[in-house]
Design a protein around this ligand. Structure first.
Ligand SMILES: CC(C)(COP(=O)(O)OP(=O)(O)OC[C@H]1O[C@@H](n2cnc3c(N)ncnc32)[C@H](O)[C@@H]1OP(=O)(O)O)[C@@H](O)C(=O)NCCC(=O)NCCS
Length: 149
């Protein structure tokens, strides 16, 4: 890939065919990494088809999943927002978040929530993109919320 002129990247809703690519990104991140097999490929299917929806950003040349997000429409929880480390800082996190947040609020939710590891790039990202910091929760995670409007 030419890093000065990266290929265009398409955002679209995730399907079950994307799950291996989503899990590849999930295992590639260095912050908020997977520390066990608690999240496995079979967990994505209900998350994108039953309890919520997922989105991917794919490389339009090779079709590779470069970033993904999954939101839970029942609880308002951000289940996943992950960008391949080689593609951070290209606006993928913001694009995915904008799409996901709009869809979750369109489902009638009043409040969204998420937790992330304190002191990470993700924490700074959430502070910079409209989330309200609530404090450290019982699991030691930085807790955030976003309210409608
Ligand atoms: C956190 C993460 C999703 C951000 O995605 P990204 O595509 O690199 O972020 P973007 O390029 O869309 O940046 C969006 C905005 O956040 C800001 N931002 C990103 N990282 C930041 C940081 N460390 N400090 C301050 N602002 C930051 C950017 O400046 C940008 O603002 P702009 O749109 O006004 O220029 C990505 O770094 C990631 O996947 N991290 C590892 C996995 C992880 O921790 N995921 C969250 C799990 S809860």
């Amino acid at each position: 890939m030419n890093t000065l002129h990266p290929a265009p990247a398409l955002l679209r809703q995730a399907t079950r065919a994307d799950i291996p690519g989503m899990h590849r990104v999930r295992r590639a991140v260095r912050e908020n990494p997977l520390t066990s097999d608690v999240i496995r490929e079979e967990h994505y299917n209900p998350a994108i088809e039953e309890t919520g929806r997922g989105w991917v950003i794919e490389d339009q040349e090779g079709g590779e999943v470069l970033a993904f997000a999954v939101g839970n429409a029942q609880t308002g929880n951000i289940w996943a927002l992950f960008v391949d480390p080689a593609h951070e800082g290209r606006g993928f996190g913001r694009r995915l978040q904008t799409e996901m947040v709009a869809w979750l609020f369109s489902q009638g939710l009043e409040r969204l929530n998420l937790g992330t590891a304190p002191g990470t790039r993700a924490e700074a990202f959430y502070r910079a993109t409209g989330w309200t910091y609530l404090g450290i929760d019982a699991h030691g995670e930085a807790s955030f919320e976003m309210r409608r409007g």
